[in-house]
Design a binder for this molecule. Structure first.
Ligand code: HEM
Length: 243
């Protein structure tokens, strides 16, 4: 469902008319994403690399076709990219456009679908929470969908008595905050009500909540992801009996 919605907005993908090829290749990419990097036919990593290559090929074909079109009714992300490429003094080119399409297909799908899965798992364990669906932040805090973020120190950094030399690669681990008992009481307990009195603006991030990262690279899809999760949960509890 999430792939279809996201891909429809990005590339006018119609899952009911598709032959499933795009999804198949994309899924091959996802399956090997964290696999041991052994580039030999048959390994998950090899299939992942092939999946990426094939998805890029499909996207390239779509872009070529689209560039030939003179008139289109609806506008999707490919159209916006093509318009960008036509601008004077633009940094947009075909390579960046294809990379962006791939990135957004990935970022828009894998994250939100894992978030929904986590919310369902925690809801299953606590049916009371179904009555008050303030669950999305809590599910994301506990599940830590994006377990790591990477940064590079562009200058020497001094922090809490430590010195990080210029050029250091830094791995930020949000779960060390999200599961810190001095920040969240009983941090391993699924307790959506803990968010009831929060003053934090919806969609925001803070030093205590960084499921969507923070600062300059704050997730651009945070509100979109939460909207989709909320719609999914709304349909689930209003249209289905679920246990
Ligand atoms: C539950 C769902 C999601 C979670 C937990 C999540 C998490 C994150 C995190 C932690 C970052 C920061 C990475 C860093 O600082 O290195 C990030 C960045 C990003 N996210 Fe998401 N994301 C979600 C959904 C989405 C969706 C739906 C989209 C697009 C449709 C999206 C697009 C992006 C993009 C493009 C960036 C990079 C922003 C930049 O570097 O300026 N994400 N996301």
């Amino acid at each position: 469902m999430i792939f279809s919605i996201t891909a429809r907005r990005l590339i006018s993908y119609d899952s009911s008319r598709s032959d499933g090829k795009l999804w198949k290749q994309f899924d091959a990419f996802l399956q090997g994403l964290l696999a041991f990097p052994l580039y030999v036919p048959g390994t998950a990593f090899y299939k992942c690399m092939q999946g990426r290559k094939n998805v890029m090929k499909i996207l390239q074909e779509m872009l070529n076709e689209r560039k030939k079109e003179t008139h289109r009714e609806s506008v999707d992300f490919i159209d916006l990219l093509i318009n960008d490429m036509k601008e004077k003094n633009t940094i947009m080119n075909e390579k960046i456009a294809l990379d962006l399409l791939f990135l957004l297909l990935f970022a828009g799908f894998e994250t939100t679908s894992s978030g929904i899965t986590a919310a369902l798992k925690f809801l299953a364990d606590d049916p009371k929470a179904l009555q008050e669906l303030i669950v999305i932040h809590e599910a994301l805090r506990l599940a830590n969908i994006a377990p790591l973020m990477f940064r590079k120190a562009i200058e020497e950094v001094h922090i809490k008595g430590y010195t990080l030399p210029k050029g250091s690669k830094i791995m930020v681990n949000p779960s060390s905050i999200h599961l810190d008992p001095t920040v969240y009481k009983d941090p391993t307990v699924f307790n959506p009500w803990r968010w009831k009195d929060t003053t934090e603006p919806a969609g925001g991030s803070s030093k205590e909540f960084m499921a969507f990262g923070g600062g300059l690279r704050l997730c651009v899809g945070a509100d979109f992801a939460k909207l989709q999760m909320a719609i999914f949960l709304h349909c689930l509890v209003t249209k289905y009996r679920w246990k």
